[in-house]
Structures are given as C-alpha cells and as structure tokens.
Design a protein around this ligand. Structure first.
Ligand SMILES: O=C(O)C(=O)C[C@]1(C(=O)O)C=C[C@@H](O)C=C1
Length: 288
C-alpha cells in the first residue's frame, strides 16, 4: 500500500489536497515541509505532498529551496485546488476582542487587506500551517483566532466567525507530489490532467543576454513556458538558478535539443520532473 506524507496536522489545505487526489493508501502527517521531504528522502514514506505556489502570494520558497538544496527527489504530479480562508474562533467565543491571529505566513498574506481593515490592532502570529493555527486557538482560548479552512474548523471544533476573508477571488494553491524512488501513483480516477515538465537551469556566470538565450532555446522550438522563477544559488549575491515549467511532457527530441543548446552556452539543465497536472475542486460548505 502506498504511504503518502503531507504537511499537517489535521485540517491543513495540504490534507485537503491529499484527500482530493488519493482514495487509498496510508497517510502520514508531518509538522513541517522539511520534515515531510526528509521522510521521503529516508524512504519512510513513498510519496510527499507539499505546497508549491499560491495564486495570491506566489511561490512557497521553503518547498522550492528544500527540493533543490536539501533532497534529491522528482516531482511526479501536481495538483491545484481552490483556497478559501475563514476566520476561525474558539467554540466559547462570544464577541471578545481578538488580540492575536495565528496562521501560516501564506494564509496571512492572502488576507492582508481584510486583517488591516478589520483587525488593525491584532498581533499576527505565524505557525507552520493553518491546521496548527487552529490547534493554537483551542490551546489559547477566546481572545485569539486562526485563519484556515472549514476542515480545520471541523477537526478542531472551532466556529467560523467570518467566511471567505481572502483578499482576491480565484485563490488557488498548487501542490507538488514528490517521490525519491519513482513508483506508480495510485490516484482517484481523475479524467482531466495536462502534462508538464519542470527543469532547473543554472548559468555559468552572468553575461549579456544570458537569460534571453536560455529562453530562446525553448521559444524557437515553440515550447510554451507556464512559469519561470529565479532563486538564489546560496553561493553569493547575484548567483541564481532558474526553475522553468514547460507545458508539455518530456520527449526525446525537443528537451535533449534544449539541453545541448544550453550546455553549449555553459549552462546546466536538470530535469526535476515530467508529470500530470490535476485541477480539482474541493466543495466548500461555506460558499463565496
Ligand atoms: O497551512 C496549510 O494549510 C498548508 O497546507 C500550507 C499552505 C501554503 O504553504 O501555501 C497551503 C495552502 C494555502 O495557500 C496556505 C497555506
């Protein structure tokens, strides 16, 4: 039976994504993204599911940097789900002043305008996940709130004080499904999946038009890119690598051609994964 780890505890968005994608397996919750990816690396679990990018707040840098610098794993699927953030309070809450609001940094960022306008005096406190923030409310009582989803409310016995407090509609997060040793992924029967490929490109040094030449290798082959992100190499200011998502599966002609062209420029290209990309809905009892 496949063993799937995810950023927990109970009631996180990552758990919701796991529930949407898998219907069989044993599921293991981890307190942080590094703990989940380390467990994949050590072979304690076959598959890890971690957040990768949010439509409002952008990339989850902890995930990207850990995948590049700390572990050696492949992305074998990605999953995009809708994100609806609610303000969650203790079951005994009865209009008390909220002095502290807890959540994951990405969740707080998704609700910045709402918090600024409605709770300008509340201290914003970061937790490792929205699920952990919900637990903190139970521990601390009626003067604190959490930002999280309806599952976190249900799992922890919290009430939804205000639903849908994210600042922009169409809030979605992409999750990466990763493995160290590739094995068959048993997912629910999802008919619609497009195929994507992610590569990491490093430049030998900064030179005029370097990025232009990298992108040209994809462009003249008519390979559509859906994302390009630069992250520090962590070797000194000005040293970056590029993470490039290509809207097509890996093949034996175009990608090797790009690789050879980039290597002739002194760049390196590493394949991080070629995988199905799922877009799934998660029905919410609190609609927008
Ligand atoms: O804290 C959670 O519930 C998570 O699954 C993490 C996470 C993230 O890192 O972006 C996932 C989805 C939301 O965008 C907010 C938080």
């Amino acid at each position: 039976m496949q063993r799937v780890g995810y950023l927990g505890p109970k009631g996180t968005f990552t758990k919701m994504a796991v529930d949407a994608l898998f219907d069989q397996g044993s599921f293991v919750s981890f307190d942080s993204i590094p703990a989940c990816l380390d467990a994949v690396e050590r072979g304690e679990i076959d598959t890890g599911v971690v957040p990768l990018e949010n439509a409002i707040e952008g990339s989850v840098h902890l995930t990207i940097d850990y995948l590049i610098h700390q572990v050696d794993q492949s992305v074998i699927a990605e999953l995009t789900v809708p994100i609806r953030q609610h303000l969650l309070v203790h079951p005994d809450y009865n209009g008390e002043e909220l002095t502290h609001i807890y959540s994951h940094s990405h969740a707080i960022a998704q609700c910045h305008q709402y918090l600024y306008k409605n709770y300008p005096n509340a201290e914003l406190e970061y937790t490792a996940s929205t699920g952990r923030a919900a637990e903190v409310v139970i521990e601390k009582g009626v003067h604190v709130a959490a930002i999280g989803n309806h599952l976190a409310a249900e799992e922890n016995g919290l009430n939804i004080l205000t639903p849908n407090i994210h600042d922009y509609d169409n809030n979605h997060t992409r999750f990466a499904v990763v493995q160290k040793t590739q094995r068959k992924l048993e997912v629910k029967d999802h008919p619609i999946a497009t195929q994507k490929t992610t590569v990491m490109v490093t430049l030998p040094k900064d030179f005029v038009g370097a990025l232009h030449q990298v992108l040209a290798a994809f462009a003249w082959r008519k390979m559509n890119l859906s994302k390009i992100e630069s992250r520090p190499m962590k070797t000194g200011l000005g040293n970056y690598f590029f993470l490039i998502d290509v809207d097509q599966p890996y093949d034996d002609v175009l990608f090797p051609g790009v690789k050879a062209e980039l290597e002739a420029l002194g760049c390196t290209l590493k394949l991080l994964g070629t995988y199905p990309s799922y877009q799934l809905d998660i029905p919410s009892p609190v609609c927008q």
